[in-house]
Design a protein around this ligand. Structure first.
Ligand code: ADP
Ligand code: SF4
Ligand code: MG
Length: 325
């Protein structure tokens, strides 16, 4: 059953050089308990998509210029602020790249966590303290009882990240949105955090996992969306996407994973760079970097087509009249 449904989302930023469309006509859904990966290189619009659907776009300079975001039956882009706050804290938890954005600098860790619990679950203070402490231990914070009394600035970046993850997971949300959640953490802690998120899946918690790391997607996700230059260019079930990628951009991302391509020992990069949203080329936005580009790619925009059941791609080569890649 569908939990979240994003329809035709568009987000723009006003800049000195003009209006920049960071998210352009993005539509996707997440089912209850499903883990969806959102991948693409830096600057493709992944974080802005996450901020847009939770209405956290800094405004100005940003604004949501189109779209609907249904979470269960409510359109989050249209509910009143108190209802939105309730949904954000209680039913959707967010883990960002920057932990300090989620922690108050003025309050000790324990107090912040207990307040978070008290606000959403009516739990006696003492019990809430124990519950918060148990979550600090779960995310691998050493001397957790002592750390409950620390201020965020007294913790290292990796430790702050773990506190934020504990705060996001402890309320058993229906959806976790995690934007590069473990980038600041070492490999062992990363595995521990992903283990916890996987456990939560058993309680029907859904996950939107944003990452540039295809290896993490392979470990964690059921289905994958690939974004390039503000748009979705491909989406499919995990094994379908990894075994039969259609879009040349997805193929490039997969080839860049060490160890996945047979017989290759070095990392192959996709040549060129993601263009600025202020300077997207006409037609297919990937055409400057695409080894298969042809005339049509310059003049026409490829829309998403279903090339196999549940497998969508926005490339002329995926069109039914295109023949073999
Ligand atoms: N506050 C902002 N003001 C102006 N442009 C922004 C702002 N935030 C993001 N952008 C632009 O939006 C585009 C998408 O950014 P982002 O979603 O952060 O990419 P990703 O998360 O995929 O790396 C980028 O071109 C970025 O420069
Ligand atoms: S539409 Fe053309 S340029 Fe774009 S990815 Fe497909 S072949 Fe390459
Ligand atoms: Mg980002």
């Amino acid at each position: 059953m569908t939990l979240l449904s994003v329809n035709n989302l568009a987000v723009e930023f006003a800049t000195d050089e003009g209006m920049l469309r960071a998210v352009d006509d993005v539509s996707f859904h997440i089912n209850r308990g499903e883990s969806l990966g959102l991948v693409g290189e830096s600057g493709c619009g992944k974080s802005v998509t996450a901020l847009g659907l939770t209405r956290l776009i800094p405004s100005p300079p940003g604004r949501i210029s189109a779209g609907e975001v249904f979470f269960e039956s409510r359109d989050l882009l249209r509910v009143e602020p108190p209802e939105l706050r309730e949904v954000r804290g209680n039913e959707i938890s967010m883990i960002f790249q920057e932990p300090l954005s989620a922690l108050s600098p003025l309050h000790r860790i324990g107090k912040q966590m207990v307040e978070g619990i008290g606000f959403h679950r009516r739990m006696p203070q003492k019990q809430a303290w124990q519950y918060a402490l148990s979550w600090l231990q779960k995310v691998g914070i050493p001397d957790a009882p002592g750390r409950m009394h620390a201020y965020p600035f007294q913790l290292s970046g990796g430790m702050q990240q773990r506190v934020m993850i504990a705060m996001a997971l402890m309320l058993s949300p229906k959806l976790i949105i995690a934007d590069e959640p473990t980038t600041a953490l070492d490999v062992t802690t990363q595995a521990q955090i992903f283990g916890l998120i996987r456990e939560m899946k058993q309680n029907e918690t859904a996950l939107l996992l944003i990452t540039h790391d295809m290896g993490v997607v392979w470990e964690m996700c059921d289905r994958v969306i690939v974004m390039y230059a503000s748009r979705i260019v491909e989406s499919a079930e995990l094994s379908e996407l990894f075994s039969r990628p259609v879009h040349p951009y997805t193929r490039g991302l997969l080839e860049a994973i060490p160890g996945l391509a047979r017989g290759r020992t070095h990392l192959k990069d996709i040549p060129g760079q993601v263009p600025s949203p202020l300077r997207y080329p006409s037609g297919c936005r990937f055409r400057d970097r695409c080894p298969h580009a042809f005339e049509r790619c310059r003049t026409e925009v490829p829309g998403l087509v279903e090339c196999a059941a549940g497998h969508w791609a926005a490339c002329f080569l995926a069109y039914p009249d295109a023949g073999e890649l």
